[in-house]
Write a protein that binds this ligand. Structure first.
Ligand SMILES: [Zn+2]
Length: 235
């Protein structure tokens, strides 16, 4: 088949590869951002676990300080008890000491519960740290892969662009000009003329004379509506 648009079909195949490579180059930064976003979630989980643990530690410290102050108060009362003048006062001190001693026992029980509650919170921090480390290693590995892939694709694009430059040197300038101009607005540029005579780009049915011209294949025939170059697939 001596079809005048055959070189343009080959050019379109080269351009199709160029477009894919360009698209991949364009997508890689977004893929990297996505990966880093996963890491941010792991970081947030760790921060939250640490905040919960810290809150518990603060509560424990406050309890311990309170218990210590109560013990000091009891010691003080006991020391002063010897210097009292009346039995009434002595009794009053004793009552306060008894009350404080009970309070200390209550606070110490609560402190034990708080300390027990701290253990799972520490566990969650350790878990979140391990998860972050694992994800960091994975993300770093993946980012390296993407960088390597980017270098590969950029190299392939350069080669394909060189292939295109060499190829177009042998394409008729008038065909090439039309093709290049259309390429800025449409893709694909060459489309099959379907069995019923419709353009496979915009689906407008072409007049019978055009269908005949496409069949002959000795000149470039374009769609009335979208301007795409029409061809019959080779059998
Ligand atoms: Zn069309």
């Amino acid at each position: 088949m001596n079809n005048i648009v055959q070189p343009l079909l080959e050019l379109q195949e080269i351009d199709s590869r160029i477009r894919e490579l360009q698209q991949e180059i364009q997508d890689i930064p977004e893929r990297k951002v996505q990966e880093s976003r996963n890491l941010n979630n792991a970081k947030k989980d760790l921060d939250k676990a640490k905040a919960n643990m810290h809150e518990q530690e603060v509560a424990i410290n406050a309890s311990e300080a309170e218990i210590k102050a109560m013990h000091e108060r009891i010691d003080q009362l006991q020391q002063n008890q010897g210097n009292l003048n009346s039995n009434a006062e002595f009794k009053e001190f004793s009552l306060e000491i008894t009350k404080l001693t009970k309070d200390v026992e209550t606070q110490e029980r609560l402190l034990l519960i708080k300390q027990d509650d701290l253990i799972p919170l520490q566990g969650r921090v350790a878990e979140a740290e391990a998860k972050l480390e694992k994800e960091r290693a994975e993300v770093e590995g993946y980012l390296e892969e993407l960088d390597a892939r980017l270098a590969e694709v950029e190299e392939a694009l350069k080669e394909t662009e060189a292939e295109r430059a060499a190829f177009v040197a042998n394409v008729s300038p008038s065909l090439l000009t039309y093709y290049n101009r259309l390429r800025e607005r449409r893709w694909p540029i060459l489309v099959e003329l379907l069995d019923g005579g419709a353009c496979n780009g915009c689906h407008l049915v072409q007049p019978p004379s055009k269908m005949q011209q496409v069949k002959l294949g000795d000149k470039m025939v374009t769609c009335e509506m979208c301007g795409r170059i029409l061809y019959y697939p080779q059998v």
